[in-house]
Design a protein around this ligand. Structure first.
Ligand code: PHE
Length: 480
């Protein structure tokens, strides 16, 4: 009897100890800023560049430039990056670094305003939608790597290339296999944490990507159509600038710099207090633009050498390029190099999108990093399975006349991301104000930043008006 009593006391003591320990852990989580940070300046830059450089640069930029007049598009694109892109990058860096929270927590910490404090949800929602289509395209790069390795991308006519891409992307199992493989790889890296996973992987992969791109550029410049291709990309003809070119260039600049999806906010929440925000923003914008231009230098000379129209649209990379590679000596090697490059670019971007949602789940639901990563990977797999199947089996399931894949792409690139950026600029320009903004951007006055005042002005007036106008005209509400 006494032994039984003794055990029950021990049991109760153990139970209260567990509760006490949990409370201490909870208290510790709440009161200490145990948040992970990137380990070095180099890591900060490469992780942010890794997020920015993605399918947007190597897949989307060339086809958008091709469809919108080449040089004219490039000129407007550069203006958008410098006039809107850098200020918006700084705005997101401000929100993340000043709060050290993921997108949702960051706005809540910055303001009690019922509208602006919920702005982070827009970013998380964008990232969720992006997870529904972006990994699908990323998965296709695995298929093309496989096809290059097995030597299947040779000896087809252009119609056959087009038909085989159509058959593959609308089939059920193969794209699913690749998208799941891609997301599991992303999962492994995110599970490693901010420094050992994201930062280490970006430090390894971004230099490799750059070297591969330079090798491909050199090969492309040796082709007979190099001159014509470069002329198309760089020759500026002002009469080619139409409103639709401006719209496409701005959308592309935002997508390419990962703006409006909570991504740069989340990454900046892992920046240290001494990170030089203006320099980081400039380097990220410059490298992102350089890589997009280099991708153009790879693609247009090749396109002109083989007399193919540069205005192919999204198929440019998956149909036209394999066709071109197959006509070159050692074609499989070049296509392997190109699709590995595309896969690396996509991977570091998918990691950043996944991390936005993972940070949200981890902070808002107080789950461990491992559990949050798993939850988000499962959600991403479900979304992208629907995204992939919507190109074939579930093609009849449409929203506003678009299949799910196109609807998710449209909802993010054309609605949620510009809207998110517009509200962020209004919030910073009008609610946070110039003094706090300049203080954070200069690390309390210790970093020289002569443009700080100009950035505050752009965020207050220029960005909301320009983005607002472009947004309304995208939706067909006004015509400019
Ligand atoms: N910037 C990435 C690209 O160019 C895409 C992206 C968008 C990444 C939004 C994160 C958030 O491919």
């Amino acid at each position: 009897m006494q032994i039984y009593y003794f055990f029950s006391v021990v049991q109760k003591l153990a139970a209260s100890f567990c509760i006490f320990a949990c409370e201490i852990k909870f208290f510790w989580l709440v009161t200490t800023d145990s948040r992970a940070t990137f380990g070095s300046k180099f890591g900060v830059i490469l992780a942010s560049v890794g997020s920015a450089v993605g399918l947007g640069n190597v897949w989307r930029f060339p086809y958008e430039a091709g469809a919108n007049g080449g040089g004219a598009f490039l000129a407007v694109y550069l203006c958008c990056v410098f006039v809107l892109g850098i200020p918006m990058l700084l705005a997101e860096f401000y929100v993340g670094r000043a709060t050290h929270r993921g997108a949702v927590g960051a706005f809540r910490k910055l303001t009690g305003n019922p509208f602006f404090s919920r702005l982070g949800y827009l970013g998380v929602l964008s990232s969720l939608f992006i997870l529904g289509f972006y990994p699908v395209v990323a998965g296709w790069t695995f298929e093309y790597i496989w096809q290059s390795l097995t030597g299947n991308l040779t000896g087809l006519t252009s119609e056959e290339f087009s038909a085989s891409f159509g058959a593959f992307s609308s089939s059920v199992w193969r794209p699913l296999l690749w998208v799941v493989a891609f997301l599991l790889l992303t999962h492994l890296i995110i599970a490693g944490g901010v420094q050992k996973g994201i930062e280490r992987c970006s430090k390894m992969m971004m230099p490799v990507l750059f070297v591969m791109l330079v090798v491909l550029c050199i090969r492309s410049l040796m082709l007979s159509g190099a001159r014509e291709g470069l002329e198309f990309l760089f020759k500026f003809n002002p009469s080619d600038i139409h409103p639709s070119v401006v719209l496409s260039a701005m959308g592309q600049a935002f997508f390419s710099l990962s703006l409006g999806a909570g991504c740069m906010i989340t990454y900046a929440s892992y920046f240290g207090q001494s990170t030089d925000l203006p320099r980081t923003a400039k380097v990220v914008a410059l490298l992102d633009t350089l890589i997009a231009v280099l991708a153009g230098v790879v693609i247009f000379p090749a396109v002109f050498t083989f007399g193919i129209a540069p205005t192919q649209g999204p198929n440019l990379v998956f149909v036209t390029l394999p066709n071109i590679f197959s006509q070159l000596p050692m074609g499989n090697l070049w296509s392997l190099l190109f699709f590995v490059l595309l896969a690396i670019a996509a991977l570091t971007s998918v990691i950043s999108i996944h991390q936005v949602v993972t940070a949200y789940v981890e902070e808002e639901f107080r789950l461990s990093h491992a559990k949050s990563t798993t939850v988000v990977t499962v959600v991403a797999i479900v979304l992208s399975v629907f995204g992939s199947l919507s190109l074939g089996l579930l093609g009849n399931l449409t929203i506003g006349g678009m299949c799910l894949f196109d609807a998710m792409d449209y909802a993010t690139a054309k609605i949620l991301m510009p809207l998110g950026s517009m509200f962020i600029s209004i919030f910073l320009g009008w609610k946070i104000g110039r003094t706090k903004l300049v203080d954070e951007l200069t690390n309390g006055g210790t970093v020289r930043f002569r443009m700080a005042g100009l950035i505050a002005f752009v965020l207050k007036y220029v960005a909301p008006i320009l983005i607002g106008l472009i947004f309304l005209s995208e939706l067909g509400i006004i015509i400019i």
